[in-house]
Design a protein around this ligand. Sequence first.
Ligand code: UN1
Length: 512
Amino acid sequence: MQEMKDVLKTLGIKDVNPGLCTGTKWIDTTGDKLTSYSPADGTAIAEIQQATLEDYRKVIDTAKGAFKVWKKVPAPKRGEIVRQIGLELRKYKEPLGRLVSYEMGKIYQEGLGEVQEMIDICDFAVGQSRQLYGFTMHSERAEHRMYDQYHSLGIVGVVSAFNFPVAVWAWNAMIALAAGDVVVWKPSSKVLLCAIAVHNIVADVLKRNDIPEGVLSLVATSSKYLGDDMFSDKNIPLISFTGSTRVGKKVGRLVGERLGRSILELGGNNAVIVTPTSNQDMALRAIVFGAVGTTGQRCTSTRRILLHDSIYEEFKNKLLNVYKGLKIGNPLDEKNHVGPLIDKGASDTYFKAIEKVKAEGGKILFGGEVYKDASCASGCYVVPCVAEVENHYEIVQEETFAPLLYVIKYSTLDEAIELHNAVPQGLSSAMFSTNLLETERFLSNEGSDCGIANINIGTSGAEIGGAFGGEKDTGGGRESGSDAWKAYMRRQTNTINYGSELPLAQGIEFNV
Ligand code: UN1
């Protein structure tokens, strides 16, 4: 196993890193330096010279120029570049996964899994580059042909959150590249080194293929220098934003005001319904991974479980037993299940939420305190919490981005579905059951109101092949697989007359 300093070297991370990249060129920036600290051990990993608003504008100009060239490259040839990026990511999967784990705090296996998602979406986008299909329609007019086709959109602004420091960019950027768009990425200021490492990896491919500067750009900075300007920027026809519902509402408003497009991937409040016919061992594994994986900091994390009253006590006790065995500690130590939260602010939010649970009448069944261990000195380690609550509590209606799992009792399927949907968010959902009538009902129009609904698997860990996103306060956007690519292109309907008459549609007679 490489030492962290060797990992950083392999990934091209320096002591001080410029905050601006237009593909292969790193550009010196003038903003203040920002230090990235590891939540694993509190160490200052490296510094980033932040990009300023002026720097951002330069990148947008470069990206505009690059779009003119890139959109002319045939889509399968664009796919070839994506294929090479996928190969390069395979080479760097281990060190990049390790850096994700160290800078963000998710356990090593999840760091590797995140890089694997990048590789998977590359493969998907390569295929997609030969499948940017439109329909052909039959015209109502003789000797006419109609069809729709998809053209490139322009600059795609990707604004990603700390919890998936590299994968969210890839879901957006690889599809955008296949679509003939260019990308400007503003990652969370909490995980800038991961983004810098990704750009170092990708730079080799861009260089080798003489790809113009501005096809893939990175603006590494914080809200001190770049906030709403990007959302209001008319140069960016599509903003893909991942983050909180609070900020997402503002993004939607600002992009909407200029009639731009946005893909919003906001909060979740994901529940698992465990029915009397379920395989409880499977449900347990899925729920525990869903609740404590990434230390409860996935949009898809399991936040609520709805347990049928006939199995309530039995399942609850099994769950608490698994929680007792969870190993908390350094995310790079492969024996641990739970790493730290991203920072102390996140732990404060967690503890405040637990106080609110108690104040509203909830009962803490397990955990919820700081994890005190000499080797976990960063102060970001907490013991995951299980609390018995009622669904209508104000705090239960919120997404607390931490390992706080609510246990709720139900007695009929109608009640379970009603409780399930009675939250503002609508991202991911699951039911454990072997009763066909129950599972089909859950997936029906009368069932889960979420963008993702699963049977006998958990709420998190979605594959890239499906469209990812959700309804209500989750924002309504879809990215990654299925036909999500359509959001990254503009649709054009074409009608061609190959006859020598000019019939008007709708049978209109107009003789001039
Ligand atoms: C997120 O938390 O922002 O389904 C995305 C999952 C991952 C993606 C999570 N594939 O858990």
